[in-house]
Write a protein that binds this ligand. Structure first.
Ligand code: 5AD
Ligand code: SF4
Length: 486
């Protein structure tokens, strides 16, 4: 799933951070009578949720299958972030109708953000599914499926202020067993004017830090060597603090994101820790200092800027200016020299002028991102932007600006990758390279993919690799006993 060149290919299509569609599969747990086909769209958070869903359904007697034709239950975990993502799901669901004609007992359910957004309408108007379940209601899935088996339609789209699925042990659907997602919080309290997430995933809440540490330790003991801590805005992670910032229980420690990072880093120095997504307005120097203290906190930060223009950022309700963002970048470069950066860009948001767009172009050049995930603005119902601004940038202008961003960004990324050639990197071996059977691929701390001969290595090993050459964003190297530069 995280193989090699995925990112740049997707970036070219303007769809990068979204994991397009992943048919989830994992080894079956025991002999189960019923088969679940589970497919995920959208962000890493959704993928992580699917692992919780697989766990809940496994307890209810379902094992997952890769083969949709043999399923008793089809669940689609959906994304609403752009209109295109929803269209793709609708088409997929229309395709499932043929299985329903063959097997009248087949249950088809829609989960996730699209379920939350469209609610009962999906049952009433579209008649594509039997079951609609929002992101905070997955514990209810077994009883809802039973209800459908009993001949009724079933819906639960209640959002919660507490649900974090903290104690549910996810069924790891990444069969490679090297890297895993660990969800640390849910929901989002930022009201970026373009974004549907606060409406589909509800209020922000953080997960108990002990359960995060236990899950990470358990993964390490099972052989995993990398965790990615996930949240819509990881920098506002907080435990034992109320919304106003007052301590809830004085006998318990307060844990903010910087402390959480250190707790997970201390699980084991051989466990790499990544995180996503940071918010420029909330990213503190404490987080950067924590990263500098622990080698296993990977030196890579995904810091979505969205636009390089302060007037656009104001309309986007991002809570920072271009100058503030550049100040955060300066802090990263000072505290964590050599740390690589990636970002998200939206082109053609409401009222974007050519000058504002050019400010994005100059920011890209000034910062030098190793990766950028670029999107054309897609108006989403209920959002602040839909209510307040006109979606007035013509489609062809949005597209032309997107192409310009992608073209230039590719060049900057390629220049940064070329600078890595000649250096030795400590690499975590992840799996067989897509392009060559006799090579492995792994990642540097900077998240750069590097390909090298398999030798006696195996996934989960750490190895020093000297970068000998590169393609646009992938390094090609040879294993060495020399000391690593990074
Ligand atoms: N249109 C286009 N892109 C969007 N994103 C979020 N909402 C929209 C939208 N309405 C992008 C942002 C965000 C990423 C996950 O998706 O860049 O950071
Ligand atoms: Fe993830 Fe947002 Fe898409 Fe929901 S709408 S799946 S939170 S990207």
């Amino acid at each position: 799933m995280r193989e090699g060149d995925r990112n740049i290919d997707e970036a070219r299509q303007g769809e990068a951070i979204q994991i397009e569609s992943t048919v989830l599969n994992h080894s079956e747990v025991g002999v189960k009578s019923k088969k679940l086909f589970l497919e995920s769209y959208g962000c890493a958070m959704n993928f992580s949720d699917s692992e919780i869903i697989a766990s809940i359904m496994s307890d209810a007697g379902y094992s997952t299958t890769k083969d949709e034709t043999e399923a008793d239950l089809i669940l689609i975990n959906t994304c609403s972030i752009r209109e295109k993502a929803e269209e793709r799901v609708r088409n997929r669901l229309k395709g499932f109708k043929r299985y329903k004609r063959k097997n009248r007992d087949l249950v088809v359910g829609m989960l996730g953000c699209m379920a939350e957004r469209l609610k009962e309408n999906l049952l009433e108007q579209e008649q594509l599914v039997d079951l609609v379940v929002g992101p905070d209601a997955y514990r209810d899935l077994p009883s809802l499926v039973k209800k459908v088996n009993g001949g009724q339609k079933a819906v639960n789209v209640l959002l919660s202020r507490e649900e974090t699925y903290a104690e549910i042990s996810p069924v790891r659907l990444d069969s490679a067993g090297v890297t895993a997602f660990v969800s640390i919080m849910r929901g989002c309290d930022n009201m970026c004017s373009f974004c549907v997430v606060p409406f589909t995933r509800g209020r922000e809440r953080s997960r108990d830090p002990q359960s995060i540490v236990s899950e990470s330790l358990d993964l390490f003991n099972r052989g995993y060597r990398e965790v990615t801590l996930l949240g819509q805005n990881v920098d506002s992670y907080k435990w034992n603090l109320d919304i106003k910032g007052n301590v809830k229980d004085p006998s318990q420690p307060v844990v903010r994101f910087a402390e959480l990072l250190e707790m997970v880093a201390e699980v084991n120095p051989e466990l790499r820790v990544r995180f996503s997504t940071s918010h420029p307005k909330d990213m503190t120097d404490e987080v950067l200092h924590a990263m500098s203290r622990h080698e296993n906190l990977c030196k890579y930060i995904h810091l979505p800027v969205q636009s390089g223009s302060s007037s656009m950022l104001k309309r986007m309700n991002r809570g920072y200016t271009r100058e503030w963002y550049l100040g955060r970048i300066a802090a990263i470069k000072q505290i964590l020299p050599g740390c690589e950066l990636s970002t998200d860009i939206i082109t053609g948001f409401c009222g974007e002028t050519e000058e504002e767009h050019q400010e994005t172009m100059t920011l890209l050049k000034e910062v030098g991102f190793i990766m950028a995930y670029n999107f054309k603005y897609s108006e989403r119902p209920k959002t602040l932007a839909e209510r307040k601004y006109k979606d007035d940038v013509p489609e062809e202008v949005k597209g032309a600006r997107l192409s310009e961003v992608i073209l230039h960004q590719r060049r900057y990324a390629s220049e940064l990758t070329q600078k890595m050639v000649g250096k030795v990197y400590r690499v975590l071996v992840e799996g067989v390279s897509k392009k060559s059977e006799d090579k492995f691929f792994g990642r540097t701390t900077h998240n750069t993919v590097i390909v090298f001969d398999k030798g006696d290595l195996k996934p989960c090993d750490y190895v020093n690799v000297r970068a000998l050459k590169c393609t646009t964003v992938t390094l090609i190297g040879e294993v060495t006993t020399d000391k690593a530069d990074a």
